[in-house]
Design a protein around this ligand. Structure first.
Ligand SMILES: *[C@@H]1O[C@H](CO)[C@@H](O)[C@H](O)[C@H]1NC(C)=O
Ligand SMILES: *[C@@H]1O[C@H](CO)[C@@H](O)[C@H](O)[C@H]1NC(C)=O
Ligand SMILES: *[C@@H]1O[C@H](CO)[C@@H](O)[C@H](O)[C@H]1NC(C)=O
Length: 322
């Protein structure tokens, strides 16, 4: 049982996380319907991984381990334990410890003696592949030194369509090639230190207003045609997958009216089939909005897991728009 003060602390954290979206929902504007012709086609089933030579060994080990795991253990390692930081549960019986993802893209979070690294936008402005790579190495060393498994970056999911977009600073600039190269150099630098990079936010995370689903209103939808998707928004993710990123984080928003955390065309289709991504797809914090749909659509890990919020029925927005 959790202590009352622990519950209070978690409620406050949750409220702080949801406040911006609840405040914006206070003015419940009518949302424009999707433009004619925009829809997210179904794309099932989720493609199998393991066919990529670079990932063969990892898949072999994973299959051997997962085949010995119970359902409770599988659930334990595919969701956080509800702390805001998002540690996963463990499966010590088969030798798998807790995984620890730590925000943000510029520093290790909730600990001391850390470095505040330059923001992505500052790094991009150097136009230097070498500095981008060296920043990645330094981030990786610090995360590794602090015992963190996942670095929750680099961010290439805002291209700066809205100049005041809240996440623009975390990425490297508005040019898809600049984003792509800087993201790939960061991934190399971080992962060479034994820390998993988490390329984010997939995809078109271009504004903060209406950014999240809440009990009263859906998140905004980025409506993007196939050519724009491939030539602009998907490009940095393609380079990140080529650079071997181990994880990808979905965005809060919809694309073509279907939430990124359960959009089968985006995850099963573009990411896992077309780009051949073999790693872990995780949600942004509190972005999983339904039960079965995201798993079928290709989502692998729910973050930060069993939060207080997910235990309040009103927060379980059942949105089966697969
Ligand atoms: C969104 O709809 C457009 C227009 O039909 C289509 O070209 C595009 O592939 C769709 N993208 C997604 C992710 O559903
Ligand atoms: C789930 O993870 C927690 C936290 O690491 C651990 O205490 C618990 O024993 C795990 N449960 C199972 C079934 O392995
Ligand atoms: C942080 O640095 C201070 C001063 O060197 C030291 O006393 C403290 O133990 C350090 N904390 C950690 C968690 O390493």
């Amino acid at each position: 049982m959790e202590s009352p003060s622990g519950l209070r602390r978690r409620s406050l954290t949750l409220l702080a996380l949801l406040l911006p979206s609840l405040v914006s929902a206070a003015a419940l504007d009518n949302r424009d319907p999707l433009p004619a012709g925009y829809a997210s086609p179904p794309y099932y089933p989720a493609p199998y991984g393991g066919w990529d030579d670079g990932w063969g060994d990892a898949y072999e080990k994973a299959v051997a381990m997962v085949s010995r795991m119970t359902v409770a253990e599988k659930v334990n390692i595919t969701a956080g334990t509800g702390r805001c930081v998002g540690n996963t549960g463990s499966a010590f019986r088969v030798g798998l410890p807790t995984a620890l993802p730590a925000r943000w893209a510029t520093r290790v979070r909730t600990t001391d003696n850390i470095t505040a690294f330059p923001a992505g936008i500052t790094t991009g402005a150097t136009w230097s592949k070498e500095l981008m790579y060296e920043r990645g190495v330094a981030l990786g060393e610090e995360f590794r030194g602090k015992g963190v498994n996942f670095y929750l970056g680099p961010s290439v999911g805002s291209l700066g369509r809205q100049p005041r977009g809240g996440r623009n600073w975390e990425g490297f600039g508005s040019d898809p090639v600049l984003q792509a190269v800087a993201g790939a150099e960061t991934i190399k630098g971080v992962q060479e230190q034994g820390v998993i990079a988490t390329l984010k936010h997939y995809i078109a995370n271009e504004q903060e207003i209406y950014r999240m689903y809440n009990p009263l209103q859906r998140a905004y939808s980025s409506n993007i045609d196939d050519r724009t998707m491939h030539e602009l928004y998907l490009w940095p993710f393609a380079e990140g997958v080529h650079a071997g990123t181990g994880a990808i984080m979905t965005a809060y928003n919809d694309v073509n009216g279907s939430a990124c955390s359960q959009n089968a065309y985006l995850i099963n289709g573009l990411l896992k089939d077309e780009l051949g991504f073999q790693g872990v797809v995780m949600t942004d914090w509190l972005a999983q909005i339904s039960g079965v749909a995201p798993a079928l659509a290709g989502l692998d890990m729910s973050m930060p897991g069993d939060t207080l919020g997910n235990n309040i029925p009103a927060f379980r927005v059942q949105q089966l728009d697969v």
